[in-house]
Design a protein around this ligand. Structure first.
Ligand code: HEM
Length: 545
């Protein structure tokens, strides 16, 4: 393995990739690393959502809320959302249709509203990561946050635009109805026992919502077992007849649905769950299948079960006084402390004449530790994010970039070059100018917005439009739907033509997560899809208004 690099892809395959920048002295991505071909906004963003999103904070440590736990509420909503699946015709599944189904008695509960509120408040929905993906991620973080198994996560669900059928099982239904409901959802009778036991290790039944189940009005929430954690205590207490699970021992025999389900095979499955390994493994598999149950036309992206070793953030360009700057970051997983380490960004110019053949070089401007959330904590992983801000000759520009990590201890540098191709800058003619755009804050009205400036290499006859994806919803109750808007940009009076660049501008809300840019210069059209607004670093511009 000299100049070829062995890459371990998360889908379990190994691939050999040859590098254009390789030299015998340099070692390519070490070995057994998880990686993906950049750009892939969906995979990069999914990694970020699993490992670095604020949702981690809400689920970490299985925190209490409303006399139950946040994770219990998140796991329940995921199951209810998925329950619309019909295995016979391939419709329904985890598609956020729950947002349109909250008026049904089967979906009663403050937890449903609280969960959707949690999910929308983080404002991280993207064109390729909607509410359904967020609900599914919520289930994964809920289980892990309460000490349960780590479930691989894939994005790519499609949000429904209307309610699905009312097929969520209810406690007063008989065993045959439940068995048929789970068959419809794609689960065997044994899997039904498993999925219910796995679900009912968290949380409990709320008296006000289910007064016929919890008859004691002194009780707010009757929890299914005596622990808050995701564990098999719900099983052992059931088998030892010490259970407080009201769906097993409740005063109303009709609503003892867990008893009917758990005992439906003579307790064989429940006995097997006395092994916590079996319980955790079965729950991990069943809940993974549950969240991956989607309508038949929907294909999920690759599953992520470990952070990608190297993640590059959206390159941010700016043009001023004949020079271009490019800012980006490189997240590196599990890198040891080494004050002598240097991490450089290298690039090739567009004509191949300005930079030396080894590439132009700019050193990292600093590094920060990145928290890897609940999963990272359990997996014992840490990460550092190196920042770069390179000055680039605007005439010869940049065609691709890559990185070199040098421990300066005699070992060979590691080249991070996207499997050999480098991180390719498709076009440099139309881009959001990160230095000229502003984060505007009106100090009197306390309104903020982003004043985008788009640079176009062309004259004033050029044109630009943007399509913004804004997950923020003003609605006071679900459904919380994103706003997608296309705007044609006027010329920017405050940024006159300079160095062959013409500037256009638009004000967009601070909650836009992604946008597509399309520009026309003469007869040529340029496009950039899924520009990541969540990483922009626009100068702060307070205005007293
Ligand atoms: C026959 C099937 C099922 C029935 C009849 C049933 C019924 C119920 C009922 C009546 C509650 C109380 C809800 C509340 O008061 O807010 C509940 C809670 C819960 N269920 Fe189920 N359930 C079933 C299956 C499942 C499955 C498959 C899962 C997930 C894998 C699940 C997860 C949960 C969770 C986590 C809670 C606690 C919610 C909280 O504490 O806020 N359930 N279930």
């Amino acid at each position: 393995m000299s100049i070829a690099s062995l890459q371990y892809l998360c889908n379990g395959q190994f691939s050999l990739q040859r590098s254009t920048f390789s030299s015998l002295k340099k070692v390519h991505i070490a070995a057994f690393l998880s990686t993906f071909q950049w750009p892939n906004p969906q995979l990069a963003y999914t990694d970020k959502m699993i490992y670095e999103s604020g949702l981690n904070l809400l689920a970490q440590g299985c925190p209490s809320r409303d006399n139950t736990t946040v994770p219990a509420q998140w796991l329940r909503i995921a199951y209810h959302d998925m329950s619309t699946h019909d295995v016979d015709d391939g419709t329904g599944g985890l598609d956020a249709s729950i947002q349109f189904e909250l008026d049904r008695p089967q979906n009663i509960g403050q937890g449903m509203f609280d969960s959707l509120n949690d999910f929308r408040n983080f404002l991280f929905a993207a064109p390729f990561f909607g509410m359904a993906d967020t609900i599914a991620l919520g289930a994964v973080l809920a289980v892990a946050g309460c000490g349960g198994p780590l479930i691989p996560f894939s994005a790519g669900r499609v949000d429904a635009t209307e309610a699905g059928p009312a097929t969520v099982p209810e406690p007063q239904q008989d065993l045959a109805s439940h068995t048929e409901a789970f068959r419809h959802q794609g689960f065997t009778p044994t899997e039904m026992i498993g999925l219910v036991a796995c679900g009912h290790t968290l949380g409990g039944v709320r008296q006000v919502d289910f007064p016929l189940v919890v008859t004691d009005t002194e009780v707010d929430v009757q929890t299914f077992d005596t622990t808050t954690n995701f564990d098999n205590i719900v099983v052992s207490e059931y088998l030892q007849n010490t259970t407080q699970n009201i769906l097993v021992v409740g005063p109303n025999v009709t609503t003892r649905s867990d008893f009917r389900i758990f005992s439906s095979d003579g307790n064989v499955t429940m006995q097997s769950f006395l092994s916590s390994d079996t319980f955790n493994e079965t729950c991990g598999n069943l809940i993974e299948r549950m969240i991956n149950t989607v309508p038949s036309g929907v294909t999920l992206a690759r599953a992520i079960s470990e952070p990608f070793n190297y993640v590059v953030s959206e390159p941010l360009f700016s043009y001023r006084n004949g020079a271009m700057s490019m800012a980006t970051t490189l997240r590196i997983v599990n890198i040891s402390d080494n004050p002598s380490r240097t991490v450089n960004m290298l690039w090739a110019d567009r004509q191949g004449s300005s930079c030396p053949s080894s590439g132009c070089t700019s050193p990292s401007t600093g590094s920060l530790q990145a928290s890897l959330g609940i999963f990272g904590g359990i997996q014992g992983l840490t990460a550092d994010r190196y920042t770069f801000n390179a000055t680039i000759n605007a005439t010869t520009s940049i065609s691709k970039f890559w990185f070199e990590i040098n421990e300066n201890d005699g070992s060979d540098p590691i080249v991070v070059d996207n499997g050999g191709s480098g991180f390719v800058i498709g076009q440099d003619s139309v881009f959001i100018d990160n230095g000229r755009s502003k984060f505007v804050f009106l100090t009197v009205s306390e309104i903020s917005y982003q004043r985008l400036v788009v640079a176009v290499r062309g004259d004033t006859s050029s044109s630009v439009s943007i399509t913004t994806f804004d997950p923020h919803s003003d609605a006071s109750t679900p459904p919380y739907l994103p706003t997608i808007m296309t705007t044609n940009l006027p010329l920017d009076d405050s940024n006159p033509v300079e160095g062959g660049y013409t500037f256009f501008t638009a004000n967009v809300t601070g909650t836009v997560t992604f946008l597509n840019i399309s520009g026309n210069v003469g007869d040529v059209s340029y496009a950039q899809e899924n520009f990541d607004m969540t990483v922009v670093d626009f100068p702060f511009a307070p205005i007293s208004q």
